[in-house]
Design a protein around this ligand. Structure first.
Ligand code: HSE
Length: 446
């Protein structure tokens, strides 16, 4: 029987999950593939530990070069994470004619376009399903399932750590720092939690999804990004009273052309108020969700585990199987039968312009800490009126014996530029203390 021989870089949580599937699910996968996947080698800096798995038939090394250059490996799985040395090992693997599967969203978001060109030149495939939304096959859905559609919008809860933190804060009234520690202990968080909580991980994933949706090159550096670290349990409670829940969303939508005739795409990541009755609002804990809307299919929603050993490993091995299905041992032919990695043939991918954030339209939740005295609200609302910003709701909590009180305002639709101009004047008012918390609100009909 034909074999496809696999090597793994990095035996961390996900790497061991992939090894476990390749060993324990071999009979099932052979039935589905008509070929056998064999784990031949793995590299990790620390081999002196209990892997909790029988790796006796696997050649182990502390040097990743032993895997990426080995003659008896057809496909390299990169699970080191981060930009370097992961990028260099992937480049070497491609140069040695090996297919690559990775879960590394940072690598794909920053260097993916170069790697795809290099892979095509070497006639090898790159799979990266696990890089976006862990176990949810949302890239396959985007690349193949909705390929007949013009994509109208992409919304995603793309970071399990943030969703876990926001859910716990809401359910238990718990504080942000304690819940972050719990998420890290559960293994959801990235090595550097800033990537998770400041929205960078979500921006990596959104930039990949958006490029795939709109046939463009990946523009990770241009995604407007805000995280969840400024949100308090009190904000979550206030938002709930107004009929909303806070989710860290990645949002991408197409717009018209700019003055230079280049199509513009709106791409932003920030904590977002979503109506309680929507499907996305129901997605809790470390679950992720991706909503892709197209002109024929309308709304499609994909929900599942976005992090953790088993779901992420499941997506990695699905990619290995896709490539193994079309490629023979020791040969690269067959890659042409796979859908193009970014969903469009290379010659049709184009450069886009990211819609300037000042032009993005949204509705807003504003939390101001103001002195409790006559005329303060009048001064704030008169500035909003000067900027044509209309209010949908306003709430002031009664606080006995306290001089500074929170005032919450929900606005109707306005541009970010308009809102920021009003905020500059509002925060300059003597009666407005501290920074104003600005959250954006999205309306869905799904
Ligand atoms: N740290 C990520 C998350 C998982 O919390 O969703 C891997 O992308």
């Amino acid at each position: 029987m034909t074999e496809v021989r696999v090597g793994i870089l990095g035996l961390g949580t996900i790497g061991l999950g992939v090894a476990r599937i390749l060993i324990e699910q071999q009979t099932l996968m052979t039935k589905r593939l008509g070929k056998r996947l064999r784990l031949v080698a793995a590299a990790d800096r620390d081999l002196d530990r209990d892997f909790g798995l029988d790796l006796s038939g696997v050649r182990l090394s502390t040097d990743a070069n032993d895997v990426v250059t080995a003659d008896d490996i057809d496909l390299v799985v990169e699970l080191i994470g981060g930009y370097e040395p992961a990028r260099s090992f992937v480049v070497t693997a491609i140069e040695h004619g090996k297919h690559v599967v990775t879960a590394n969203k940072a690598l794909i978001a920053k260097h993916g376009d170069d790697l795809f060109v290099q892979a095509a030149a070497n006639n090898v495939a790159i799979g990266f399903e696990a890089a976006v939304a862990g176990g949810i096959p949302c890239l396959k859905a985007m690349r193949e399932g909705v390929a007949a559609n013009n994509i109208q919008s992409v919304y995603g809860i793309l970071n399990g750590t943030c969703n876990f933190i926001l859910t716990k804060m809401e359910n238990e009234g718990a504080n942000y720092a304690d819940v972050l520690k719990e998420a890290q202990a559960l293994g959801y968080a990235e090595a550097d939690p800033t990537f998770d909580v400041e929205g960078i991980d979500t921006a990596h994933k959104l930039s990949i999804l958006a490029a795939m949706a709109f046939g463009s090159f990946i523009k990770f550096d241009e995604v407007f990004t805000e995280g969840i670290s400024k949100i308090s349990a009190a904000d979550i409670e206030a938002v709930a009273e107004l009929g909303y829940r806070i989710k860290l969303l990645g949002i991408a939508k197409p717009h018209g052309e700019n003055a230079e005739g280049i199509q513009q795409i709106e791409m932003r990541v920030h904590p977002t108020l979503v109506p309680l009755a929507t499907q996305i609002a129901q997605v809790s804990d470390s679950y992720n969700a991706v909503m892709i809307s197209g002109d024929f299919v309308e709304h499609t929603v994909y929900i599942g585990r976005g992090a953790g050993e088993r779901p992420t490993a499941s997506a990695v091995v699905a990619d290995i199987m896709d490539i193994a299905r079309v490629c023979k041992q020791g040969q690269q032919d067959g890659v042409e039968y796979l859908a193009p990695p970014m969903g469009y043939v290379a010659a049709e991918r184009k450069s886009i312009a990211t819609l300037p954030i000042a032009d993005v339209e949204s509705e807003y939740y504003l939390r101001l800490m103001v002195q409790d005295k006559p005329g303060v609200i009048a001064a704030v609302t008169s500035i909003l009126a000067d900027h044509q910003i209309s209010l949908e709701a306003m709430q002031q909590k009664e606080r006995d014996e306290v001089e500074v009180v929170p005032v919450i305002m929900l606005t109707h639709q306005t541009t970010e530029g308009n809102l920021q101009a009003a905020m500059l004047r509002i925060t300059a008012l003597k009666a407005v203390e501290d920074e104003v918390l600005i959250l954006r609100k999205e309306s869905f009909d799904a």
